[in-house]
Design a protein around this ligand. Structure first.
Ligand code: FES
Ligand code: FES
Length: 152
């Protein structure tokens, strides 16, 4: 049994420690907002927060998050930065197909939680590992600036 805080609540996973966190979230906890893209830490679709840090859940074993706080897209609106990011995403109509977007939002939220006034370079550095096949990058950057203004 692996115990952790999942989206603010105590949670126990009855699953092998070597199971990727992404599998545990989607198939065991039935939180399907976090997406599978590459399975090799290359695309960012599976990004969640582990103790506030953006983390690729496809390559993170469940055992590695025992005792930690894991936040997924389903609960990110509970954080001020997450709420601001989601509002900006809606206002600027960022999403195209949507597949990459939960990962994008998790990375953007982690950025703004630590830096309320990111430069374009800060955004590029923080978001560089999140791939969007629909090329929504220009709107993502604009939405992060919009969210930052609303948090100020
Ligand atoms: S699915 Fe994890 S980085 Fe692509
Ligand atoms: S919105 Fe389609 S992959 Fe990003």
């Amino acid at each position: 049994m692996i115990k952790l805080k999942l989206n603010g609540k105590d949670h126990e996973f009855d699953a092998p420690g070597e199971m990727p966190l992404l599998w545990a979230l989607r198939d065991v906890a039935l939180l399907t907002g976090t997406k599978y893209g590459c399975g090799m830490a290359l695309c960012g679709a599976c990004t969640v927060h582990v103790d506030g840090q953006p983390t690729r859940s496809c390559v993170t074993p469940l055992a590695a998050v025992a005792g930690k706080q894991v936040t997924t897209i389903e609960a990110v609106a509970g954080q001020p930065a997450g709420k601001a990011v989601q509002e900006a995403w809606r206002k600027l109509d960022v999403v195209q197909c949507g597949y990459c977007q939960s990962g994008q939002i998790m990375s953007a939220t982690a950025l703004l939680a630590g830096n309320r006034s990111p430069s374009d370079a800060d955004i590029d550095a923080a978001m560089g590992g999140n791939i969007c096949r629909c090329a929504t990058y220009v709107r993502i950057r604009a939405a992060i600036h919009e969210a930052a203004q609303n948090l100020a």
